[in-house]
Ligand binder design. Structure first.
Ligand SMILES: *Cc1c(COP(=O)(O)O)cnc(C)c1O
Length: 417
């Protein structure tokens, strides 16, 4: 794609007006990290300000009965529209890691005497840590980690054959954080159902970027995060999904008063509320929920089909630019070549990735991120990434490598990358 072609695509892009819904304090910065922290929507600050002054400030504790208590469910249902859930199957609470713990533990407890958890080595490290922590409580658990043969594609066939009648749970990242590989859920869900295993999907890199249909593909459980493609703000609360059929069977092991039948009776014996409610634990983080909603609304307004088709054009442009320009400069394409199983970010491997990343950020006005040991991750957020941004970013990447501008930086990593 040339810059002119990119400009033509931008001019007829049906999503182009969504760019004006976001805060752009630095017009020259090409932000390619919307998959790690989405941009600030224009509506967020006024909405939060209104909440603080009019709701907290004026209404004080009366606010709980004027909409705050419903927020985890109301926003959960909005997210549910993006992931193929029915109303009442999704709730917003806690962080992704905590929700994963709650659902993995709930699943392993009901699935006893089954002891196997099946996952892969492309799964997010925190997900592995959560499973390892769960094993300290349930030592009979066996965590089976299926390895990807190339570090890019999920080991689909090996996973399917590892799922057996001893498997309690299969848990995977639907879109892999490093390579951007996207699993086809249906065959894995089907196999799990055949042998009575439960599936638990981490949708953190999928929600708002690739189509997901938990209901139609027969998924059981899911979790995901809202500060990436949903633009919910730093550390905005995560969500969890429990298929309606399982809500009665699964018990939340972190049982707290927000999941109690009547929390304000202050009964001393826990009795889980019906439906999705008993997967809540403590008091909802109201300010953070208010911060999340405007970003989520923009995604809903744009709609997944339009977002996905623009994202595919842009990651495909990155692939052809890699083929024509970056490959010759020592870059590897560490994401699927096949667009159908590629999410909305692309990883470019280079022996000098870390220093190139620093030069891009410090000198070139391009902000991607770096994932150890040697990946520059380019996140496409179709709500605000233009086609010319993709072409310009690749141009600047070439400049950094050809001019060896990266050589003045140290190889030692520090801080958030
Ligand atoms: C970003 C991300 C998380 C984040 O987990 P938190 O507990 O919210 O910090 C979890 N899983 C995956 C796959 C992610 O991409």
């Amino acid at each position: 794609m040339t810059r002119d072609e990119a400009g033509t695509l931008d001019a007829k892009d049906p999503l182009s007006h969504f760019r004006s819904r976001f805060h752009f304090p630095d017009r020259n910065l090409i932000y390619l990290d919307g998959n790690s922290l989405g941009r600030l929507p224009i509506n967020t600050a006024p909405e939060v300000d209104r909440h603080l002054n009019d709701e907290w400030g004026d209404r004080l504790i009366r606010g709980w009965n004027e909409g705050w208590m419903e927020l985890p469910f109301r926003l959960g249902d909005k997210i549910g529209q993006l992931i193929g859930a029915q109303s009442g199957e999704t709730v917003v609470a806690d962080s992704t890691s905590v929700n994963l713990f709650k659902l993995a533990a709930a699943a392993c407890l009901t699935q006893r005497p089954r002891t196997k958890i099946v996952t892969d080595d492309l799964n997010f490290p925190s997900d592995h840590y959560v499973l390892q922590g769960l094993k300290t409580l349930l030592p009979s658990l066996e965590i089976v980690v299926i390895r990807s043969s190339d570090g890019v594609h999920g080991p689909v066939e090996e996973l399917v054959s590892a799922i057996d009648d001893q498997t309690a749970v299969v848990t995977l990242s639907h879109t892999v954080f490093k390579s951007g590989f996207v699993y086809d859920m249906a065959p894995i869900n089907r196999r799990a159902r055949q042998v009575g295993a439960l599936t638990l999907w981490d949708l953190s890199h999928s929600v708002g970027s690739v189509p997901v249909n938990l209901g139609d593909t027969g998924a059981d459980l899911a979790v995901g995060c809202t500060y990436k493609y949903l633009n919910g703000g730093p550390g905005s609360p995560a969500f969890l999904y429990v298929n309606d059929h399982h809500q009665r069977l699964l018990a939340n092991p972190v049982s707290g008063w927000m999941g109690q039948t009547r929390p304000f009776d202050f009964e001393l014996t826990y009795q889980g509320a019906p439906g999705i409610t008993h997967f809540l634990t403590g008091t909802p983080s109201v300010v953070a929920l208010k911060t999340l909603e405007p970003g989520l609304d923009v995604v809903l307004e744009a709609g997944m089909p339009a977002l996905r088709s623009k994202s595919l054009v842009q990651t495909e442009a990155l692939r052809t630019l890699w083929e024509n320009r970056l490959q010759g400069l020592g870059f590897a394409f560490n994401s699927p070549q096949d667009a159908e199983c590629r999410g909305s970010h692309v990883s470019l491997g280079h022996a000098e990735a870390y220093r190139i990343d620093l030069a891009l950020i410090n000198e070139m006005g391009v902000l991607p991120d770096f994932r150890a040991p040697d990946n520059i991750r380019i996140g496409i957020a179709p709500l605000y990434t233009r086609h010319v941004d993709v072409v310009d970013a690749v141009d600047r990447l070439c400049t950094v490598v050809e001019s060896k501008a990266y050589e003045k930086y140290s190889r030692t990593a520090d801080g958030v990358t």
